[in-house]
Ligand binder design. Structure first.
Ligand code: HEM
Length: 496
């Protein structure tokens, strides 16, 4: 095992060296800005390699660094990634850039690059999923909630272990993932999906295969990726899984909708599609599956897993949260309404605080410039440059969030003021920022509250042997993941 790791490390270093010599996607020629690297004494190809293991700390280091003239957080700086450069912009550009349309700064191009769309086959080039979320899903949430709660209730019965007498363990990521797939499948593609075990497992393993493919291919320069991808089992599995989803599940379902209409995300996509490409069953099936697996389920599962870890570490919040939940849910959890979940402000604040300190990425507002841009102070951003804001450092900056190092679960709802987790700003860019920010965040917030309110009121939670330390996160470049190996132990205490 150690030998394989060493082999991979050396191969990666050699490859990045080749890439460095080729200087692919290097913006240094155009942008005269400071470079943040692990060590000035190491060649850049090694600094690029180190970004994999030390991404978050390098981004923080860059943000907090001061030169003789200025603080780096006040100027753009360049981070060296294995496969290119990331231009990290200071807060002062936020207002100017938030209005930029996708024709000038493209979020989908940046996501396609981040997720290695060419190899993972994750297409993000259609506006239809986003439109369907904002024009149909969000306005209908009130009406949809009873359906979701009904499925979630079955999902809790099926997925949570029996623990009335004794503590029982769960893998939080897997359990939460399955709870979310079961509860959302019905509104995504109708009742036929909700209990289809092969579908549920395909969504889960597909997401893992996307993650594996990105982690294994990212260190390689562009020109070597097609070759390496040929040998990766995860790339092969992704193709097989996508074929299964298209041929066996979604395309027949899409064709059947010509006879009988449904009332779900798939139908809303069909109704809103206004061009041949979006209407094409093959393309539609792929788009729908990607929305489901990556946008809807994976992101919310990561955020919820982090929140569960925070709850276990900060048990002092639990009685206050239980109080709020029980007061809000006048007719019990099973009859919970959209308004009641919305009224859980402490829970909302706890979720926001958890996301602030454990976001899924240290940078956000990933955009690729589609044209040469000149900002109001003269900064030139050449076409093709990958820019972002340091959302992690912003939300840990004392000048932006008071006592930023402290976990204060109710800081966003102190009884007088309330800043919802879905309210985006410089202090909260974890759902993105500006015109292309996450359109599904209100849905994510309600789903997370529905799951958490039941976990909090029905179970006691702890780590193995009552350990109270928070498990360290895993990193891959700028990305952050909860530790997936950590188990959480549950004991049933009642029902709400
Ligand atoms: C905790 C859960 C979630 C997180 C942290 C999250 C985060 C994000 C982020 C960071 C972006 C990129 C925004 C930008 O660059 O400005 C995004 C885009 C998007 N999200 Fe979410 N998201 C979550 C849940 C959801 C859900 C539940 C849905 C659907 C119901 C959804 C649908 C989308 C879509 C369609 C886009 C693409 C928007 C576009 O390209 O215009 N997300 N999300």
């Amino acid at each position: 095992m150690a030998l394989i790791a060493l082999y991979l490390l050396i191969t990666t270093a050699v490859i990045i060296l080749i890439c460095e010599l080729g200087k692919t996607k290097d913006s240094s020629k155009y942008l005269a800005i400071p470079i943040v690297r692990y060590s000035n004494f190491l060649p850049n190809f090694l600094n690029r390699l180190i970004f994999f293991f030390a991404g978050p700390s390098l981004i923080h280091y860059g943000y907090n660094k001061a030169s003789a003239i200025t603080l780096y957080k006040d100027v753009p700086y360049r981070i060296l990634k294995a496969d290119g450069d990331l231009i990290v912009l200071p807060q002062r550009y936020a207002d100017e850039l938030k209005h930029c349309p996708s024709s000038v700064l493209s979020s989908s191009d940046a996501q396609f690059e981040n997720i290695l769309g060419e190899y993972t086959d994750v297409l993000i080039e259609s506006k239809l999923p986003s439109l369907t979320v904002s024009k149909r899903l969000i306005p209908m949430m009130n009406k949809l909630l009873p359906r979701i709660i009904e499925e979630m209730d079955h999902a809790f019965d099926a997925e949570l272990p029996k623990c009335d007498e004794n503590w029982a363990s769960i893998d939080p990521y897997n359990t939460i993932f399955r709870l979310l797939v079961r509860s959302t499948s019905r509104i995504i593609a109708g009742p036929v999906m909700a209990n289809n075990e092969e579908w549920i497992e395909t969504v889960r393993t597909y997401t893992l295969n996307v993650g594996k493919t990105i982690a294994l291919l990212r260190p390689f320069p562009d020109f070597l990726r097609p070759l390496v991808a040929k040998f990766l089992p995860s790339v092969k599995s992704l193709k097989e899984q996508m074929n299964y989803i298209k041929e066996d599940l979604f395309i027949p379902l899409i064709l059947s909708r010509q006879e009988v209409k449904g009332d779900d995300f798939l139908q809303w996509m069909l109704d809103l599609a206004d061009n041949d490409r979006d209407r094409d069953p093959d393309f539609l099936a792929q788009n729908l599956f990607i929305v489901m697996s990556l946008a809807v389920v994976h992101t919310s599962t990561m955020a919820l897993t982090q929140t569960v870890f925070d709850l276990v570490v900060h048990l002092e919040y639990v009685p206050l949260l239980r109080d709020e939940i029980e007061t809000a849910l006048e007719n019990g959890w099973k009859n919970g309404t959209f308004k009641e979940f919305l009224s859980m402000r402490r829970l909302d604040s706890f979720l926001r605080e958890s996301q602030r300190l454990n976001p899924s990425s240290e940078v956000n507002f990933h955009r690729i410039a589609k044209t040469n841009i000149v900002l109001s102070d003269g900064l030139q951003i050449p076409a093709g440059t990958h820019i972002c804001f340091p959302s992690g450092p912003f939300s840990r900056d004392n000048s932006i969030v008071a006592n930023a190092d402290k976990f204060a679960g109710f800081r966003w709802s102190d009884g007088r003021t309330h800043k919802s987790m879905t309210r985006i700003g410089v202090d909260n860019m974890h759902f993105g920022f500006g015109r292309q920010a996450c359109p599904g965040r209100a849905f994510a917030a309600v789903m997370m509250k529905a799951i958490l309110s039941r976990l909090i009121t029905e179970y006691e939670m702890q780590f193995k042997n009552g350990v109270v330390e928070r498990p360290a996160n895993l990193v891959n470049g700028e990305q952050i993941f909860p530790n997936l190996r950590i188990k959480v132990f549950l004991k049933k205490i009642g029902s709400v």
